[in-house]
Design a protein around this ligand. Structure first.
Ligand SMILES: Nc1ncnc2c1ncn2[C@@H]1O[C@H](COP(=O)(O)OP(=O)(O)OP(=O)(O)O)[C@@H](O)[C@H]1O
Ligand SMILES: [Mg+2]
Length: 400
């Protein structure tokens, strides 16, 4: 920027002048920067999907973004909003909104509201954020960001509706499940009497109490007797499981010497070990006492031992131990049998589960043993685990 000051001379023509050169590149730059930053922020707010306007303390709109103008257009409202009063542009807002702005100006705090609007038959929900712009301790402007949340609200409503129908369906399923448990409970109970009678006759037949039998008849009578006993056990288990499910199962707890109970079990299974030529060993810590239902815990331990012998081939090993871990009594049965693939660890505790139908059906199991083990252990506040082993299986029951 150059300025020339002619120096006066005596004659008419100017012979000398003072030139002042001013470097204005810095202020040019500043101007450009302001313009650039203004452009940037305009582009930004115009590209936003939320409607935005800025008002002063008289509620005169000083600025509005494109989304807001578009919105007004769609609703049939005026598009010339800048310079106008908010109440004129949105007459339907009423005094409530004026009061809200007043509060934001006075408090200097952000306010978020949700409103249902109806403009020319169109109903929509908006979320409005009124954000104060402060200068010192005064609010000089309020920036308002309006978001159409109709879709979100509708989605929320349908979600609530779905949640309600889901919980209703769940309630029905629970009732159905209870019916099922009740049915099994009644059916098992009703089955018990005829099974007991059949077993009585079968045993009498087998022991030749009803007269002498031929060898073939005796063999069949023996089979009937054995299978009936198995049937009776199965029905008992089903009855127990359904009672547990119905919450009708009561434990009869008393303080019991678990070490002694385990030792007795060891003696009971010794015969089976010999019969199957399985090396059976034990490690039982002395005098471990717990308040438990001894008949039920015996049932748990028996089931685990029964499985170990059932699923361990001739010549294998079964090891039994009872130890203490903190306040817990830990009963463990490990075998060198056919093992359980890790992906079936959880499943084996479900009723009627068997890892591989063909290999276990051969052993005559129905898959209720471990289900009862888990339920009874948990009723005692304990836990049962199946552990990974390189060969065979290890079950562990921890009782508090
Ligand atoms: N020690 C084990 N070794 C290998 N597989 C086992 C062992 N214990 C359990 N399983 C597997 O877990 C399944 C479930 O065991 P669970 O005791 O519940 O049923 P079951 O022995 O088949 O029948 P039930 O005990 O009702 O007579 C078994 O069928 C078997 O496949
Ligand atoms: Mg079993």
């Amino acid at each position: 920027h150059t300025k020339a000051y002619p120096l006066p001379s005596k004659k008419q023509c100017v012979k000398e002048a003072i030139y002042v050169f001013e470097d204005i590149s810095i202020s040019k730059n500043a101007e450009e920067k302001v313009r650039y930053s203004e452009q940037k922020y305009r582009t930004t707010i115009n590209s936003m999907r939320d409607g935005i306007h800025v008002v002063d303390d008289n509620l005169t709109i000083l600025l509005a973004n494109k989304a807001l103008v578009d919105w007004n257009k769609r609703l049939g409202l005026t598009c010339q909003v800048v310079g106008k009063n908010l109440k004129k542009v949105y007459p339907f807002l009423g005094d409530l909104v004026e009061g809200e702005y007043k509060r934001v100006f006075e408090s200097g705090r952000i306010m978020i509201t949700e409103e249902q609007n109806k403009v020319k038959d169109r109903v929509f929900t908006t979320e409005t954020r009124k954000i104060p712009v402060r200068e010192g301790d005064r609010t000089i402007r309020v920036v308002t960001v309006i978001r159409d949340i109709t879709q979100r609200k509708n989605a929320e409503k349908s979600l609530i509706k779905y949640a309600k129908s889901l919980s209703e369906a769940n309630r029905k399923l629970e009732a159905l499940n209870e019916n099922k448990a009740q049915f099994i409970s009644i059916a098992s109970h009703e089955l018990k009497t005829p099974i007991t009678i059949i077993k009585g006759y079968a045993d009498a037949l087998d022991m030749e109490g009803l007269g002498e039998l031929t060898a073939k008849q005796k063999k069949v009578a023996g089979k009937i007797s054995k299978k009936t006993m198995h049937l009776a056990e199965m029905v008992d288990l089903m009855l127990d499981l359904s009672r547990i499910e119905l919450g009708q199962f009561r434990l009869q707890k008393k303080t019991v010497n678990l070490s002694r109970l385990t030792q007795e079990l060891f003696e009971d299974f010794r015969y089976r070990a010999q019969e199957k030529e399985i090396e059976f060993s034990k490690r039982i810590h002395k005098n471990i006492r717990k308040k438990i239902d001894d008949a039920r815990i015996k049932q748990v331990y028996t089931n685990l031992l029964d499985n170990a012998f059932k699923y361990t081939p001739r010549g294998g090993k079964v090891k039994l131990s009872l130890t203490k871990k903190g306040d817990y009594a830990v009963f463990r049965v490990c075998d060198t049998g056919i093992g359980i693939p890790q992906e079936h660890f959880e499943e084996v505790f479900k009723p009627f589960s068997c890892v591989d139908g063909s290999r276990t059906r051969k052993q005559g199991g129905v898959g209720l043993g471990l289900a009862i083990v888990k339920q009874i252990t948990e009723l005692h506040g304990g836990q049962v685990f199946v552990k990974k082993r390189s060969k065979g299986t290890c079950f562990e029951v921890q009782l508090p």
